[in-house]
Design a protein around this ligand. Sequence first.
Ligand code: BG6
Length: 369
Amino acid sequence: QKGGFSTFMDKEIHDQPTAVADTLRGRIDEHGKLKLDEGLIADSVLNSIDKIVVIACGTAAYAGLVARYAIEHWTRIPVEVELAHEFRYRDPVVNVRTLVVALSQSGETMDTIMALRHAQQQGAPVIAIVNAQGSTIARESDAVLYTRAGPEIAVASTKAFLAQITAAYLLGIYLAELRGNKFPDEIRTLLAQLDEMPGKIQRVLDSAEPVRELARSLVDEGSVLFLGRHVGYPVALEGALKLKEIAYIHAEGFAAGELKHGPIALIDEGQPVFIILPSPRGRESLHSKVISNVQEVRARGARTFVIAEEGDTEAAEHAEQVFYVPASPVLMSPLLTVVPLQIFAHELASAKGLDVDQPRNLAKSVTVE
Ligand code: BG6
């Protein structure tokens, strides 16, 4: 069942190229139209929405945060991402012109179900992006776009996360096409960029041994910090969450720009810090700003472990160690940069002798509010 891997989580990390490829396959027809798996939200409704609200919990919420950057950029529709349990109880502004996206691996998370029902009561159309066929969220939503990650057994989500980002991107591309925000050749370019991701994820998996070595050397650490900016920010949050969930190490993800507003006070001699470095080919200023963050924490004694794009010659000058991922368009990069962080958490938890697949106090799907 584990396909020769020591844990389900390790298997699922290695399933990720397939999970992304399967989620993409056959989704867009020859007219550039997204094929929903179930249900329908009329084009007239999708054309009239003025806001998208993603409701989710845990890792799924971080997938939503990643997708926000892409969907807003491509569609120019404002996107909010909210923890389902917070959304539900704050009298949110939701109406017939709000497209609600319920994002969930299991489709059974009670917090997300309750938020979905609340949104529907306000008249909002709801599209589910879920992994489990026929689940409650899939059944109760107006339309469903399934992630095709296959069953995810390990409590800590990995392949579902990548598949959720992929499916949410497809929704964004579809809306951009429908609403005329992108020319057909731009749509084709985006789809081609997505199609290249499974192969690139595989390359990250094939070159992960240094990250495992680092994890084994850090088994006695009490705290690890993660910094990222732009799409690297939710990746930092997810990297920290993985470490908390399965290795029981105190971990925090921060927006790199926020460092100077507080978190830098935490930096002490020997503090391990992962930094997700934006591509130097993207907005140049972002790359240099995050390089400055690396320098700032290093100057205060931090051990700096940087995830950078291949060909980024500056990264190594400022880091104790650099883990390279293949070059990709900025919005595609989270599908790569999160993978070393998943592997890091898995290896560290394994080295501590912990039950990686069944971490203490956690359930795969939380069916109570
Ligand atoms: C948590 C799981 O309880 O629920 C996480 O342990 C998961 O791994 C979160 O990300 C949300 O679950 P789902 O099924 O709604 O994506």
